[in-house]
Design a protein around this ligand. Structure first.
Ligand code: FES
Ligand code: MG
Length: 588
């Protein structure tokens, strides 16, 4: 329905071929003070996709930032239309925020397609808000630019940095060990959230905003600026200006989100110490824009890239230091010096990523390291497979020395370990039974959790990083090998094997494992297997199917039912399967 040379919004507001509809479309948008001259003079109409609200505190200051975006849009000759995106608060939504990523995506697709918008500013922040917005921009393919809300200021407690999420895992273990009381536990956790903004650690939020920048979808430097800083409001204004220009230049998401750009994202994710949620969300964005990307790509392109960014949970610092040290451009600059970046990938400012980042160096060599002083050598993910699952990822860079010594230092067989499975049916079962002495959990146990994938726990629960029983923690064993079909918080440093696909609820191999089974993980061959015979496995499968397949809890809401019927597994980005075929829909 596009008419050559005209803006998309003119189909609504200035279409002489259909004066009746034009009048109908136009009159209600005049009633808050816009004039016909503004709406019919060919000014680009730029949406501000607002993800902030009282329900989404991580993104709430976008309500203020949007004013600066609006001023930028107006200064560049455009008109701003701000509208709400379905809220996704990582720490507030039951049963899990992840359930809502695809719902927000669907809603945003309908808005971008069905309303008079020529371009859009995507306000991002909290974990799933970034992928939901980018997935929708990929599907609709109107000019789109990401504005991160930025991380919170650093948290502090008794002179130590307290990082979002990460401090919760640590304080929880201290509380379980009786080192701190409940009041101190609560105070420590509260100290990690000192201002507006999203998580200040390299959790899923900072990961996804950094990767949106590495992908080329935000202005250089945008991801790392802390929410309350002066530069945050300034880049909000510049983003508004640029939103108008990309409409004039007809620079679309599909021009930027190319295979080359996604390869840069995988490299960048290793270098920043990005979240294990990244492959799920990035694979989803790629699928919606029509780029083939899978977990083998993540291992092949990303595994050997070193960890350069010294941020919690893998390192020491937090968001403020990352910004001061130069943020994403400084990381890309160092990766470019080692030939790891596809420099020709186009970015939203109309220049290539190479031109944006060439020669950029870290302003603080301890916060953003160079290759010689890298924190970890192979910082990417391994992609494991076997009779337990077809794909599950492991972030070996967070394996602690204690864990490495206990499990990976057998001189006859380094990088392989065996253990006895103890299986939990979802997070509630884990919480109820982890301290049950009858389970005989010791240092040779592997903890399994299932029923926690996209279907089993609709959206997938962030539960795979399971804390050992209190008795073991008191003996100084703070981590056990964990395997599951759920996800893991990006703020956790646990060396789990997670995002297992297909999940138990899709009758994958995890549905067949039993407490007491011997399990072998071989990081050399990338294999994960239950050590039972083929015959035994076939018998267990027949039994499972005769019982009607793996059981999971009933749906609680209409959306849970709808999503469960059509959701893909984690390795395919947990997308809604029927949605993938709709691409570049703005052109239809
Ligand atoms: Fe919202 Fe971490 S909880 S960004
Ligand atoms: Mg999370």
């Amino acid at each position: 329905m596009s008419r050559k040379g005209l803006l998309r919004s003119q189909l609504w507001f200035d279409n002489p071929d259909n004066p009746g509809m034009t009048a109908l479309y136009l009159e209600r948008y005049l009633n808050f003070g816009l004039t016909r001259e503004e709406l019919q003079s060919g000014k680009p109409i730029i949406g501000i996709a607002q993800t902030g609200s009282d329900l989404s505190p991580c993104n709430r200051h976008h309500l203020q930032l949007a004013e600066r975006v609006r001023e930028g849009i107006r200064a560049a000759g455009g008109i701003a239309f701000e509208f709400p995106v379905h809220p996704i608060q990582e720490t507030g939504k039951r049963p899990t925020a992840s359930l809502d990523r695809n719902l927000a995506y669907l809603g945003l697709v309908e808005i971008l397609y069905g309303y008079p918008l020529d371009g859009v500013v995507l306000t991002t922040g909290c974990d799933k808000t970034t992928p939901a917005c980018l997935m929708a921009a990929a599907t609709v393919n109107i000019p789109a630019i990401v504005l991160s809300g930025g991380p919170m200021l650093n948290g502090w407690w008794k002179g130590e940095r307290t990082g979002s999420g990460t401090v919760v895992w640590e304080a929880r273990a201290d509380h379980a060990a009786g080192k701190i009381d409940y009041q101190e536990f609560m105070d420590i956790v509260a100290s990690s959230a000192p201002s507006v903004g999203h998580c200040n650690t390299m959790g899923t939020a900072s990961t996804m905003n950094s990767l949106a920048e590495a992908l080329g979808m935000s202005l250089p430097g945008c991801a790392a600026i802390p929410g309350p800083y002066r530069e945050r409001a300034q880049i909000a204004y510049e983003t508004g200006v640029r939103a108008v220009r990309i409409v004039e230049e007809d620079l679309k998401p599909s021009d930027i989100m190319t295979r080359e750009a996604f390869e840069n994202v995988i490299v960048a994710n290793s270098a920043i110490g990005g979240s294990t949620n990244a492959p799920i969300h990035i694979n989803a964005i790629a699928r919606h824009v029509g780029v083939r990307l899978d977990n083998d790509d993540w291992e092949r392109i990303g595994y050997e890239v070193p960890l350069l960014v010294n941020l919690q949970p893998a390192g020491k610092y937090l968001g403020e230091e990352f910004h001061r040290a130069g943020g994403v451009p400084a990381v890309i600059g160092e990766l470019m010096r080692h030939g790891l970046i596809r420099e020709d990938a186009m970015t939203i400012n109309g220049r290539t990523i190479g031109d944006n980042c060439r020669g950029r160096v870290a302003g603080d060599a301890d916060v953003i390291r160079d290759f010689d002083t890298a924190l970890v050598r192979n910082a990417g993910f391994l992609n494991l497979r076997g009779n337990l699952f077809d794909s599950a990822i492991m972030k070996t860079s967070v394996v602690s020395n204690a864990f490495r010594e206990r499990y990976l230092s057998n001189p006859d067989d380094p990088n392989a370990f065996e253990g006895r499975a103890v299986v939990f049916e979802g997070p509630e079962d884990y919480h109820n039974r982890i301290n049950d002495a009858d389970l005989a959990i010791d240092e040779n146990t592997m903890l399994f959790i299932r029923g926690a994938g996209p279907i089993g726990y609709p959206g997938g629960a962030e539960v795979v990083n399971m804390q050992p029983p209190d008795a073991l923690i008191k003996r100084g064993i703070r981590e056990l090998p964990c395997i599951g079909d759920g996800r893991q918080s990006g703020t956790s440093g646990s060396p789990s094997i997670l995002n297992a696909s297909p999940e138990a609820a899709a009758n994958g191999g995890l549905a067949l494992v039993r407490t007491g089974d011997r399990i072998r993980i071989d990081l050399n061959t990338r294999e994960a297997n239950i050590l039972v015979s083929e015959t035994e496995l076939a018998e267990r499968r027949a039994e499972l199917m005769a019982a009607g397949g793996f059981k999971y809890p009933a749906n609680q809401t209409p959306w849970q039912e709808i999503q469960r019927e059509m959701v893909a597994q984690f390795d395919e980005g947990m997308v809604l399967k029927p949605a993938v075929k709709y691409q570049r829909v703005a052109e239809s």
